[in-house]
Design a protein around this ligand. Structure first.
Ligand code: ZN
Ligand code: ZN
Length: 349
């Protein structure tokens, strides 16, 4: 095995460099080294690239949605061996902190300690080290019929599964998904799988609305054209049973609540900037039995379910990969992503 590899390193907002760095080595006997085969671009990567991120201490290899082939396993690794095709999530819980013991592993207080692409080197590279905690809890062999690119959707889909589960969609519910990027397009498919009667997608970009129809939305609404009024119209004036906001702007959060009907649930899936605020009609929350829920990240159960959903074909991720690019074009890929005419770009080392 060679000693060095190509990696995309983040230095400061707007500055990433393709560099030759040492191939990662085992730091613990439970670690695994994976040769990457597919890495997916993510909106979070774009944010890190453009603005930096409080959790990212540069220089750092970023990227966190990936799959590959095992190159090296530590002495204490069970169930995995060299040559296996695997996918891993970007984190795993400690199972010992207050949040973990409360059953909220997605909020594990030690999440940041081994967060791939944020606190430890990530996936835009030819090799990646999977820390022991992740290898043990959140790494899986990829079924033969699932491609590396499809398997790499496991992590974002795990977050979507977490949101879908708390949304608690019932048969024949009217469901709105605001934001038809990769996350919204996955939510649309899960809402269909749960038996929603109408799945309504809202976005500003026509290209994404077309994608929403392609993956199963019944109705699409351009966000510029009175989305609240149009949702009311489709739902006989009542508003939706479930609204899932996947944008992360205070204005869309307010719209999401405004288009939620009586006894409905608003899921605030898109994270808004720290310190931003929304205003909500208190009268409606009380007299209309509204439920407003935030949701963040994933648990090991969600990760397992996500891979099952991909493998079984219940969720189709192939239509969400709209381009392939080589590792030396990550910055171009992220620029393209920002233009809104791609859903996810697969980086192939
Ligand atoms: Zn991501
Ligand atoms: Zn924990």
């Amino acid at each position: 095995m060679e000693k060095t590899m190509k990696a995309i390193r983040f230095y400061e907002p707007g500055v990433i460099k393709l560099e030759d760095v040492d191939i990662p080595v085992l730091e613990h006997e439970g670690d695994v080294i994976v040769k990457t085969k597919a890495i997916l671009t993510c909106g979070t990567d774009l944010k890190v690239y453009k603005r930096g991120h409080p959790k990212v201490k540069p220089p750092l290899t970023f990227g966190h949605e990936f799959s590959g082939i095992i190159e090296v396993v530590g002495k204490n690794v069970r169930n995995f061996k060299r040559g296996m095709r695997v996918v891993a999530a970007n984190s795993a819980p400690c199972n010992e902190c207050y949040s973990c013991k409360k059953g909220k592993q997605n909020l594990c207080e030690e999440l940041d300690e081994t967060l791939i692409g944020f606190s430890v080197d990530g996936a835009y590279a030819e090799y990646i080290r999977i820390p022991e905690r992740i290898a043990r809890q959140n790494m899986y062999e990829i079924p033969d019929h699932v491609s590396f690119q499809e398997a790499a959707f496991t992590e974002p889909l795990a977050c979507v599964v977490n949101g879908n589960e708390i949304a608690d969609i019932n048969l024949t519910d009217n469901v709105v998904v605001i934001g038809a990027g990769p996350i919204g397009l996955l939510h649309i498919q899960l809402a269909r799988a749960r038996g929603a009667k109408n799945v309504i997608a809202i976005d500003l970009i026509e290209y994404r609305l077309q994608k929403a129809l392609e993956v199963g939305a019944h109705h699409v609404i351009n966000a510029k054209t009175d989305p609240v009024g149009k949702v009311k119209k489709i739902t006989d004036g009542r508003g939706a049973d479930i609204v899932i906001e996947c944008v992360g702007l205070p204005q869309t959060w307010e719209n999401a609540i405004a288009m939620t009907g009586k006894a409905g649930t608003t899921i605030l899936f898109g994270g808004a900037a720290p310190g931003t605020k929304i205003s909500v009609d208190t009268h409606r929350i009380h007299y209309e039995d509204l439920t407003i829920k935030g949701i963040f990240h994933h648990t090991p159960a969600c990760v397992k379910r996500a891979l099952d959903l991909i493998s079984s074909g219940i969720v189709k991720v192939k239509p969400l990969i709209t381009k392939e690019m080589p590792l030396n074009q990550v910055s171009d890929a992220l620029e393209l992503l920002q233009k809104g005419e791609n859903i996810k770009i697969a980086i192939i080392p």
